[in-house]
Design a protein around this ligand. Sequence first.
Ligand code: PEP
Ligand code: CO
Length: 454
Amino acid sequence: MSASEPLPDLAWEPSSWQQCAAAQVPEWPDPAALDAAINELRALPPLVFAGEARSLQQSLARVSQGEGFLLHAGDCAESFAEFSADNIRDKLKVILQMSVALTYSTGVPTLKIGRIAGQFAKPRSSPVERRGDVELPSFRGDMVNDFAFTRTSRVPDPHRMVRGYHQAAATLNLLRAFTKGGFADLNQVHQWNLEFVRTSRQGRRYDDISAEIDRALRFMSACGIDLGAEVQLHQVDFYTSHEALLLWYEEALTRRDSLTNDWYDCSAHLLWIGERTRQPDGAHVEFLAGVQNPIAVKLGPDATPDEAVALCRRLDPGHTPGRLTFVSRMGAKRVRESLPPLLRAVHRAGHPVVWACDPMHGNTFQHENGYKTRDFDAVIAELDGFFTACRAANVWPGGVHVELTGDDVTECLGGAEEVLPEHLDQRYETACDPRLNARQSLELAFRLGELVRQ
Ligand code: PEP
Ligand code: CO
């Protein structure tokens, strides 16, 4: 081993995080119930296999080199109540549609990661929620407590982690069936996109690009390529991820890989650390430093270059391509000034990170009608700022991280079919942050295509 190579942290254990300060942890009222839930989780099979996490890391390594584009998308928070085959199918469908549009415009493979099959725990800006005169503990996601605004519902219940595990297992099972069983067939996905272009106002703007894709498919067919017989054209790789917030859950699902003897968090392929838990000496960073999965960290407008470099040192000591993704979530107003110093510092430190843009979380605001929302134009403006900053720094703008649903909800404002403030109460269904609906998501993918081609 050369002098510059970091030594492996031999003292690391899946429980090492318990020695560090942890932000955003729920107060479990019943320690015996917590132990019981953890022991139950420990005995359950892993949800993903370490080899899959390694494949994802290889794909992310290609993204870090400009040979791929990351589409990381799904619910802000999955919910126990909204769990159905249709819901999973519709979310996957919109992600596949976005992916085809993106692959065509970027000219590189789109790497698809869902915020799915485990995205049940939420950090909160305030530990309490007030409605009128009543103040209760905040909802922290279905894996912790219940959304209903009553005192008993809001008590953290560790058995919810076990329920979350089982829902994640069933979700993953269906995702594997859909993505390998024919649902993801390129021709079919393209037909859905054509329908979007034909039947919606925002779609018409993308007539040209979808016609080009159509011609490309017909060209391949005319050359004698049997599109139906090409495995690559009707199966896709789809990876799972969630915020690694509830470290008891993550620890219980962390297993040693029998092939390499390394630790992997087998609750998902990729885990990320949120803006509120990314303290370089905190518990969440300590935990993810020791597992070999690819990981991501959100960076908000107050992240400093020193913090970004400290995170690189802790989480990517080996300078390994694909190991670390930074997700910039600055807000449309601040991205142009806040992101460039981070891009420069990380580049100087020599870490081959993937840079992706979350154009959602820095653009959330409370409308005067009371709804928490985001404006489609601000989302696009942040993406524009992100692309501009990356290009100026000679960094590949490697991907996008968005909150969306396959349903026709009215949670974010704008888009060509203009969701207006007075529409918000029609279908505001999110358990946490406002999501793009299916049409806004497709419009975003086509707009991204335009930004890439600029
Ligand atoms: C999220 O991704 O839902 C989230 C809470 O993001 P952030 O940590 O960037 O605020
Ligand atoms: Co969110």
